[in-house]
Design a protein around this ligand. Sequence first.
Ligand code: PAF
Length: 285
Amino acid sequence: MTAPILRRLADLRVRQAEWARAGETIGVVPTMGALHAGHLSLVEAACDACDRVIVTIFVNPRQFNSPEDLANYPRTEHEDAQKLSGYPVDVIYVPDPDQIYPDGYATTVSVDGLTDVLEGEFRPGHFDGVATVCAKLFLQTGAQKAFFGKKDYQQMMVVRRMARDLDIPIEVIGCETVREETGLAMSSRNLRLSVSGLQKAAALYRVMQDMATKLAEGVAVSEVESAARDALSASGFEDIEYLDLRCQNSLHKLQHPDRPARLLAAAWMDGIRLIDNIAVPVSER
Ligand code: PAF
């Protein structure tokens, strides 16, 4: 059965108040639509962990760096609602833009430190947009649990920090990245890749796994990184923005994985920007 689509905050609040009165746990899965198996795994986790589940669909203009990227972002509300009909979702919240950014809206939520590197460096202002809309969605839904994919690892950390710093009583739960059979991380952006681009893009995960193995064996990060960049270029990636080993908690750059670490990458294929990250086993060298 398809869940009701609500577009006004007042309507969402009526449901949310009923559920809160009944002492029910509310989970939220924030999305920008164009739902794929990765999103659906978050919805499944939310349905397993919560009494009530709200999926939000809002293409947030404040987190896009280029008007072209915003204009090209896929909008597939009808198909999204159909995909969600396979899950016991209670509400699909598709707020009208003025429900998030009413006339005269003037507040930005900005998280320092964690946002200076990686995505923050290459997409200035992106995380201000993400933190702002997530703060609003958390407060509007009154959810106690929010479900985020680890594919956007830095986003998950930024949102978790924002909620903690602002005392928003919500637990930000990270769920594993869902991949295509080729290993390519699922992303709404994959829809914009050509058939050959889709195949070539699978090299990103392969190369990162290979890098992680070598790092765990004690090979220096500089050596591993330059070989990986060459391999990605040979596979058709046009530009590799970053390919970094970072502490999984602070996102500080590491020379070797002497503590829990992640390898994070952003690279362009077919004019589409793709990101991915994987855990790297701790190695004493
Ligand atoms: O990951 C996304 O789809 C978006 O950044 C989010 C979390 C829904 C905020 O707009």
